[in-house]
Ligand binder design. Structure first.
Ligand code: PLP
Length: 392
């Protein structure tokens, strides 16, 4: 098919030309002065984007590596961790904890809302001996399109007077939805490259607060490649203890420059608008949203349920075959029940309209019961935003 592929999965997201150009260059010596300057630049930018004054450890690994790193650096064999089951990604993180010989206690969820602060507070109050060493939550559950209120969860730990570490997965929220690690009292923030940061998959992050650095001194889970300490020590001079993902870091520098130029508030407003437009389309089509709590709707992606008896995977196949449009699939127990539209990263109104048009046509071609008018509803949201003076 001619023209560009339409990548509308909730990450990896579309790569800006500036990022691709920045990476399309010879690899340099990662022990030389040019690399040092690059490493210092991206470290500054990462602290800015995470909202954290402490170190940000960068791994040449997908997000799952950074999940593991957060646990092995701070905890010891047999430690209890409280994991809130907001969806597939929270469940996968809990599985990793179990495999690492941690006692992962899961607060069960229905996958239709984000982690609830009150339930976390109630559970922590029932732990007067402070056996729970960490609370792990996913900020933006990419399988459901629901977000969690992280400041409320911080307040829940404080209200319970509980010293557990707070660890937050921002893999699909960072750079798309407001996040402030230090202001919100998060001890370890896990991030990834391939979503709001507009980079290819392959690098991931742990942003660290002082309490996490303290915990790392006594934690005894085995760790080598994931150990924070050597990375932090060498990063101070702009180096890494292993070969870093040099060219991706060039891309990161370019992406951070684009984000500084647009401004975080404008980026977040753009994501909110694209999410509103997508939900307006869903409502017009008569499709139910997977996220059942409006205050928790994600600005980065929307998961739409197909009517009983219809196949979300068939819709996705039709969209790909007919329009070269990739939509996100339903994960875990949502397989074939939902499809997900990613509206994060390098995206604007008209690119989203192309995806929504593809969905509307595919709904018809796949014979899925719906009403027309989704694209028109989304255009209405965008036009209204223009009238209100919102930058596109
Ligand atoms: N956490 C969230 C919220 C995710 O969306 C993903 C991937 O989509 C992951 C963790 C796992 O990251 P990766 O697939 O990069 O290992």
């Amino acid at each position: 098919m001619t023209g560009r592929h339409h990548l509308f999965i909730p990450g990896p997201s579309a790569l800006p030309d500036d990022v691709m150009r920045a990476m399309d260059r010879p690899t340099i010596d990662h022990r030389g002065p040019a690399f040092q300057a690059l490493a210092h630049d991206v470290q500054d930018g990462l602290r800015w984007i995470f909202g954290c004054a402490g170190p940000v450890v960068t791994y040449p690994a997908s997000g799952s590596g950074a999940w593991e790193a957060a646990l092995v650096n701070t905890l010891s064999p047999g430690d209890q961790v409280l994991m809130y089951e907001s969806g597939q990604f929270a469940s996968l993180w809990a599985e990793i904890a179990g495999r690492l010989s941690l006692k992962a206690e899961i607060l069960p969820g229905d996958w239709r809302r984000g982690a609830e602060a009150q339930r976390i507070e109630d559970r922590l109050r029932a732990d007067p001996g402070h056996r729970i060493r960490a609370v792990c939550v996913v900020h933006n559950e990419t399988s459901t399109g629901c977000t969690a209120d992280i400041p409320a969860i911080r307040a829940a730990l404080d209200a319970a007077g509980h010293p557990a570490l707070l660890m937050v997965d921002t893999i699909s929220s960072l750079g798309s939805i407001p996040y402030r690690a230090d202001d919100w009292g998060v001890d370890v923030t896990v991030g990834g490259s391939q979503k709001g940061l507009m980079l290819p998959p392959g690098i991931s992050f742990n942003a660290l607060g002082p309490k996490a650095l303290e915990a790392a001194k006594t934690a005894t889970l085995p760790r080598s490649y994931w150990a924070w300490e050597p990375v932090i020590r060498l990063n101070a001079d702009g180096f890494f203890p292993y070969t870093p993902a040099t060219n991706t870091l060039f891309g990161l520098r370019a992406a951070l420059a684009m984000m500084r130029a647009e401004g975080l508030e404008a980026i977040f407003a753009r994501h909110r608008r694209l999410a509103r437009a997508t939900r307006a389309a869903a409502t017009a089509w008569g499709l139910e949203l997977q996220c059942a709590v409006p205050s928790e709707y994600s600005a980065a992606l929307t998961a739409l349920r197909v009517p009983e008896g219809a196949s979300a995977d068939r819709l996705r196949q039709v969209a790909l075959a007919s329009f070269d449009l990739s939509l996100g699939n339903g994960l875990g127990k949502l397989a074939d029940r939902v499809f997900r539209i990613g509206h994060l990263g390098h995206l604007n109104d008209l690119s989203l309209i192309s995806a929504l048009a593809g969905v509307e046509m595919s709904l018809g071609l796949a014979d899925i019961a719906h009403q027309r008018g989704g694209v028109a509803a989304a255009m209405g949201v965008m036009a209204e935003a223009q009238r209100q003076g919102e930058p596109a």
